[in-house]
Design a protein around this ligand. Structure first.
Ligand SMILES: [Mg+2]
Length: 233
């Protein structure tokens, strides 16, 4: 191996684990199990679109620190139901609870995830996870989707106490992995959390950009498919 990189740090959600697809599958299950079509007279598509925009709104509040985790989990469903004409706070909180129970067990990964991880493992790279998320769901995702066995160090922001892009979470991950920034590479889908965070501590970066979102940054590498990592790793 002539490459300068020895340690590859991956983000989890929307980089390896297909958050959008898995979330949609979980929401469809809830929609069917609770006969929301019959109660609202609206198709799943309407429920899904409404949930997405409501969820985004409350996530912004949560990130600002204006909302507790438990409140976020139920209010996004209570408000979604409300805008479909169902006033039912109890059902909102049941959906909030069940969504957290169901979604981490969904196992859709991005195309070529396991093939690429096998390739990297066979080529002697040490691989690690740095993820912003809640510990009770991130470990389930890693186990259920067959990802866990590829990674030596797994850092979950809730456990560590700081989220990416805070430099301390990257430094902590490198320390745990026994790596230096010169031989480390961060791969992720979030410009702010993953890429600017990694750059801030001197790590090279790979922007995983499957939807070809346009931007003005220059990162070390940019890929649309994980398989493209094989070209330089
Ligand atoms: Mg991500």
């Amino acid at each position: 191996m002539t490459n300068k990189y020895k340690h590859i740090f991956f983000d989890l959600d929307r980089t390896l684990w297909d958050f959008e697809t898995n979330s949609k599958l979980a929401l469809l299950e809830l929609f069917n199990n609770h006969s929301i079509d019959a109660r609202s007279g609206k198709p799943f598509d309407k429920f899904y679109k409404t949930y997405k925009s409501v969820n985004e709104f409350y996530w912004r509040q949560y990130r600002k620190g204006d909302l507790k985790k438990e409140v976020l989990r139920s209010i996004r469903f209570t408000r979604t139901l409300e805008s479909l004409g169902i006033k039912d706070v109890q059902l909102g909180s049941v959906l909030g609870e069940e969504y957290i129970q169901i979604s981490p067990y969904k196992t859709t990964l991005f195309p070529n995830t396991l093939e690429t991880l096998n390739h990297l493992k066979n080529n002697g790279y040490k691989m690690h996870i740095i993820t912003n998320g809640f510990k009770e769901v991130q470990y389930i995702k890693l186990d259920e989707s067959g990802l866990a066995k590829y990674f030596d160090v797994i850092i979950i922001s809730e456990e560590f106490g700081k989220n990416k892009p805070h430099p301390s979470i990257f430094n902590h991950a490198m320390e745990r992995a026994g790596s230096e920034f010169e031989s480390s590479l961060m791969i992720g889908d979030s410009i702010e959390a993953d890429l600017l965070g990694a750059r801030g501590v001197g790590m090279d970066q790979v922007f995983f950009n499957p939807n070809s979102v346009s931007h003005d940054y220059t990162f070390t590498h940019e890929i649309k498919d994980l398989e493209e990592l094989k070209a330089f790793l």
